[in-house]
Design a protein. Sequence first.
Length: 473
Amino acid sequence: MNKTKSGADIGVYGLGTMGSALALNLADHGFEVAVCNRESDWVTAFIDEAGPLAPKLTGTKALEDFVKAIAQPRSILFMIPSGEPMDEMIEAITPLLSEGDTIIDGGNADFNATRRRSAAMAESGLHFVGMGVSGGEEGARHGPSLMVGGSDHSWQQLRPMAEAIAAKFENDPCVAHLGPDGAGHFVKTVHNGIEYADMQMIAEVYGMLRDAGGQGAHEIGALFERWQEGPLSSYLIEVSAAALQSTDSRTGKPMVDVIRDQAGQKGTGRWTLIEALKLGQSASTIEAAVGARGWSSEKDTRLMAEPLSAAGVQDVDMPGDDDLEMALLVGRILAHAQGFRLLSAASEEFEWSLDMARISEIWRAGCIIRSALLDDFADAFRSDLPAGHLILAPTMRARVADSIGALRRVVAAGVSLGVALPALSASLAWYDTMRRGRGTANLIQAQRDFFGAHGFDRVDEEGKFHGDWNALP
Ligand code: 6PG
């Protein structure tokens, strides 16, 4: 469907940090952008500060004028808080739209809400796209990773703009149309789950070096900076190395030493966990990371508990730097393996046909979890892995074989030294579970049948059976 001649190529509603950065990125790539904001005075300020990009921007203060300023079929990107504000905006703007117009939600939205909104808008000939945007303000302005879910019609309108503004990896735009309705927001949610896990495991290694190794922030940051040159190379190692080597201008102390150890969370990691449990999947490393954020909020309790709690630590050697590096690397592989398994389960459940190789590719640049591993993951997924199990890929099996010993030694040392490693140990426990052909769930089935007559499968015969149980004498 060709656009009408007059009007902006796209509308951006919401001129907060991310919305204004995306609007400038679009204008920087030659697109005409109409902008609007609930607080209308932000519009004037935004245009005034846009400098040479201002001619590409049409500032509007009323919703009607905003909609009229956009060429049809319209693409309107909303960068506003998820939840009710999005529903309120849909209600306000829908009467002003024409058949074939698209609303794009670029926030961190619950994919269930995106599926609901998409179905509701389709009834009136309108389209709703859920687009995951990753990379923070820097990414939004100079190259995000974009995870798009919605109709082919909407993608046809959005594609040239999304590909222009997205981060590039070897000239490949880090954006893809991943499937209908909530597919894009679901992939972003899992991205954030992996992000939580990676951040947590980095923090756990920092904890080993600080609390058991007695090292200072700057020293640990320098080690992370060296790791940035190796297989752990990634945005989160780079950020962590820089943060650890930063100094507080007010006290002259390492910046991280004056920050209260209570982690915030807007909730995307938690959503990953909820959806994993609903799909019968284990996202144990992500779960550990979400849990650790929750535990960190119990600061006062921990301050009370510290002098009262016996540690029972054993005097064992600290793992070497190489073991810590390899433990982080294999923990990262296993966390991604859990994330991709979840994506595979959701793809089957919601009939999205998610392309795991392409998802790996669009995470290679722009997004928060970008790392040197993602190109290898893409190659691994091209080898058509059963049920999306990354750990069954020959290349990944080799990587894990080379480093799982280090993870085992680090987790063992953490246990003995009394340093909590919830995410690293969850990764190892998941791996040890998945690599064992005969687990212990036979006893779970026996217990369930013993007290609840729930029945079980036998290993030697098809069908459902009950046990010949003899109560204790
Ligand atoms: C991204 C980030 C971003 C998210 C922040 C904060 O991909 O750019 O994931 O979308 O808002 O990471 O998220 P939390 O508050 O959940 O840590």
